[in-house]
Ligand binder design. Structure first.
Ligand code: 5AD
Ligand code: SF4
Length: 474
């Protein structure tokens, strides 16, 4: 789930901006120890990768700091998904370079998708950074730091067919101690024509299932209550045990993780409509602790546009998947990613996006206008022919539709009681808790009794707006 569109940020009410660029950790700098400062942008996978990077750096004696002014190493984990995302990263690099002008010994590193996409250009043309490290090269960071210290160019953007960082125990950053992410796969083989991810994150590969279970077990031991399994396309997870040759599918993995502890909620993201199976849906229905919430990006509601996007499903296929979800998991919430103004999109095509939103009845969506990315199939094959103003007008209509659907759905929750996992203080008041229900809806309620973050409580909904439910513990 991404957000990088400040020009329409005020319209994009459903996008969680709070996490963008979040800086992590409690600790300050420990005297005598080298320290690193890291910011992450883009998808949850980037936040999860930053935790792997932190762990690799800790092994080589670097400690985390929240204060870039004192850091020896400043890192930015970047996103290339839309032009705006890269623009935001460049702005931050400008800030880091001001720190470097005052303290030339500070090293600046760019990680992630933008490093992969722009490669040595970042070192040569712009001289903005000392290190350039692609998503599959994080183990090499300590060596790259050494080369940079000796004045050599430090870049590793090799993509791998095997790397899953399976053996690295992530250093949990910026954690609320309640929810954590586990990467279950990397890369993407789908080649959606608008998307840069297959080029920046390489081929799809699935992580050893046992290492995933071990990580989930460790989280439970440390008091975590919610885990989100992450991948660009989790439904195509497939891992073969090299000894027994037994294969593990996503449905089986989901079940294995659910069985780690009935007290731990299991979520997952992202599902691809072409791959989500009934077996997965039955597994969700079978386990109380697998949340009834599916993020199922539709992108467009029109079959011709879907074909051009290389999504490999039609409007009818998508609707059938939605029907199956509601048949097998009646109270399931569904959310989407939607793109407006893709190449050649007509007014009628756009209306079909609005109508599939109504059909599916999304509780939430992440909505964007199309941004052409260099090197993608769409950039090579199709003209980016929808004027920006039209893309934005259609986006505004999509957002308006989503706001209506969210509000209507939330109104139906008035009077209902939900099991909520307390995540911490609400943003606006330390007299209120915030937490989510099974359907990924956020609830705000006054603190009464003796509870703490990580507790499950029952909350009755009294009042709603389009973004949150308000209520009281019962
Ligand atoms: N332009 C606009 N949105 C995009 N996305 C991916 N690539 C682009 C692009 N070029 C959106 C898709 C995807 C989400 C992560 O970002 O909706 O599901
Ligand atoms: Fe991009 Fe499509 Fe892969 Fe998602 S499934 S990362 S949109 S190519």
């Amino acid at each position: 789930m991404y957000n990088d569109n400040p020009t329409i940020a005020d319209l994009e009410k459903t996008v969680d901006e709070s996490k963008q660029g979040e800086v992590f950790f409690d600790g300050g700098k420990i005297p005598g120890q080298k320290s690193f400062y890291i910011e992450s942008y883009g998808c949850q996978m980037n936040f999860s990768d930053s935790e792997i990077v932190a762990s690799i750096l800790a092994e080589s004696g670097y400690g985390p700091t929240r204060n870039m002014e004192v850091a020896d190493l400043i890192l930015i984990n970047t996103c290339s998904i839309r032009e705006k995302a890269e623009y935001n990263v460049r702005r931050r690099l400008g800030v880091f370079n001001r720190v470097k002008r005052e303290r030339p010994e500070v090293m600046i590193g760019i990680l992630g998708c933008m490093a992969e996409r722009l490669k040595s250009k970042l070192l040569e043309e712009e001289k903005l950074v000392d290190l350039v490290v692609g998503p599959d090269a994080y183990r090499d960071i300590p060596n790259l730091i050494s080369s940079a210290e000796e004045g050599d160019q430090s870049i590793n953007v090799l993509l791998s067919r095997e790397e899953t960082y399976a053996d690295i125990s992530p250093m949990r950053l910026g954690t609320n101690g309640v929810s954590a992410f586990i990467s279950i796969m990397r890369g993407c083989d789908n080649m959606c024509s608008f998307c840069v991810v297959p080029f920046t994150r390489g081929r799809e590969r699935s992580r050893n299932a046992f290492s995933i279970i071990a990580e989930a077990t460790e989280l439970v031991k440390n008091g975590y209550k919610e885990v989100t399994l992450l991948g660009q396309n989790v439904d195509s997870y497939k891992w073969e045990n090299p000894e027994t040759k037994e294969k593990v599918t996503f449905a089986q993995l989901l079940e294995m993780v659910a069985l780690v502890s009935p007290e731990m909620r299991v979520r997952f993201s992202t599902s691809h409509p072409k791959d989500i199976t009934d077996e997965v849906l039955y597994t969700i229905a079978k386990y109380e602790n697998i949340c009834n919430y599916i993020h199922l990006p539709v992108q467009s509601g029109n079959s011709r546009i879907l074909k051009k996007m290389n999504r490999t499903y039609t409007r009818e296929w998508y609707k059938e998947r939605v029907d199956s979800i509601y048949r097998i998991i009646p109270d399931c919430a569904i959310s989407a990613d939607i793109i407006t103004g893709f190449c050649s999109e007509t007014e009628e095509d756009h209306q079909e996006t609005l109508s599939i939103m109504e059909y599916t009845n999304y509780t939430m969506s992440y909505m964007f206008f199309y941004s052409e990315r260099p090197g993608t199939l769409a950039a090579k094959k199709y003209e980016d022919d929808i004027p920006l103003e039209l893309k934005k007008r259609r986006l505004a209509e999509v957002i308006e539709m989503q706001n209506k659907l969210s509000f209507d759905s939330n109104k139906l929750d008035i009077g209902k009681t939900f099991k909520v996992l307390i995540e911490g203080n609400s943003k606006k008041s330390d007299q209120h808790w915030k937490g989510k229900n099974d359907q990924f809806k956020m609830l705000i309620f006054p603190k009464t009794g003796d509870h703490k973050a990580g507790d499950y409580v029952m909350v009755r909904v009294d009042e709603v707006n389009q973004a949150t439910l308000k209520g009281e513990m019962v």
